[in-house]
Design a protein around this ligand. Sequence first.
Ligand SMILES: Cc1cc2nc3c(=O)[nH]c(=O)nc-3n(C[C@H](O)[C@H](O)[C@H](O)COP(=O)(O)O)c2cc1C
Length: 220
Amino acid sequence: MRKFFTATLSAAILFLSTTSYAAQSEIILPPPNMSDNLSVMNALNQRATSRNFVDEDLTAEQLSKILWAADGLNRPESGKRVIPTANGVYSVEVYAVTREGIYLYDPANHKLNLIAEGDFRSVTTTGQSFVGKAAVNLVFVETPDAWSTAKHIPPREAQISCANVTVGAMVQSVALAAQTEGLGNCVRGSINREEFAKVAKLSADKNILLAQSVGKCAAK
Ligand SMILES: Cc1cc2nc3c(=O)[nH]c(=O)nc-3n(C[C@H](O)[C@H](O)[C@H](O)COP(=O)(O)O)c2cc1C
């Protein structure tokens, strides 16, 4: 009997240690929960960079809140979003890099579409080891093609500047939403752009602007 239990336990441990996290081709996010106990002023007062991430996945509700805060629709009737953008042109896409894979956020349908399966979290950094532990690393990518249908097309330099302002709003929005869930975040300019462009299959015109690690942190 003891032999049986030992064998079963060993098999279970082996299974757990070799289990890979299969990526879903799409993740339909639940609607974001708008109720929390933190006022905007208190969230601003608590905003700070965290780097002591623990390698634990977020709940679907937390992931939903983070992505919605980054780039979600808050006026679905007009297609307008939480973050402001120049000329109403949404030229910044949000990639979510989790343990399971690289996903592209689809704001209109509030879902994540799989781009590449596998754990590429560490590929989003030039060497900061905490990045590989953060539950989700957001990568903000400018897609200049978004201007193609605009009435007025600004010079390239102005397009980049507008996209950077939008990303600034996105990261602050995410930082506050993370705060309401007790999650830490770190805005990051140091990204392995060449490698990430490869694994995320980015076309040559796309421009990686910024990243942000979000996840549970160890108690201080
Ligand atoms: C544009 C930008 C790029 C940043 N890049 C990094 C980075 O690559 N790695 C990192 O650990 N922190 C990065 N940070 C976080 C800053 O180090 C941090 O905000 C700063 O030290 C102030 O600390 P606080 O956010 O706790 O107030 C970046 C912040 C910004 C705004």
